[in-house]
Design a protein. Sequence first.
Length: 279
Amino acid sequence: MKKLRNLFLMGLLFVGLTFNQACNKTDSAINNDRETIETTDEALTESIFDEVQEISDQAWERGTTGLKSTSEDGSRLGDCVTITIDTISFPRVMTIDFGEVNCLCDDGKYRRGQIIVTFTGRFRRPGAVITHTFQNFYVNDNHVQGTKIKTNLGFNPDGFMQFRNEENGSITMISNGNIISWSSVKTRTWIEGFQTPRWMDDVYLIEGNSAVSSTNGRSVSRLITSPLRRELSCRHFVSGTVQITPAEAPQRILDYGDGTCDNIATVTIGDRIITITLP
């Protein structure tokens, strides 16, 4: 009888351990999924605000020269975009209108609404300030609001032109209704392509920091620890790292890779490495 009782207790212990391991694996999977989704959403927010500058540059080129780039050139515009520029005097206003319904752009993203850009001077002139605002603007049905202000800082000691970018805004995610609030100050250094009139050979190094909060209660600070390399011929950052510090979770590192143009990045949390696909 005692032997049967011991066997019964051992069986309960085995079931308990198995159940606990299963729960731990499930919890780990859920945490990985949550961390992946949240980090991906934040990377999407950073990318959307960053690509506004590229859209502005491309629209200015098309509106002032008539040159039309293609998807092979890295264009983010499309045939459904209307560009209107006040060319009389500064400050000049450029309206980039994607229409009231989704416009399939050359980069494969759907956009609608308007980006309104105000120039106090030509963007290559030191001291010029370029302000971007949005009117009913959506990217893949994610609602973008706020402002982006770009100030030409002139040339740095190495002879490269630099810009200061200040971004304050929010994005309402279509996937879950989460509203991500974004505040960022960055320096954008133009290291390649300055001598040519086309933007597709331009390369920038981006440094700075940002603060992120969302309606799901997440609060995060982000610090670029290795400059993000933006090659305008590529859809995504090709290299660079961001240190992400959530208020109530372990610190993690977002790594955009070794310079290859792709949509893959990794998130390192402690000894775990999670691969994410950039939207």
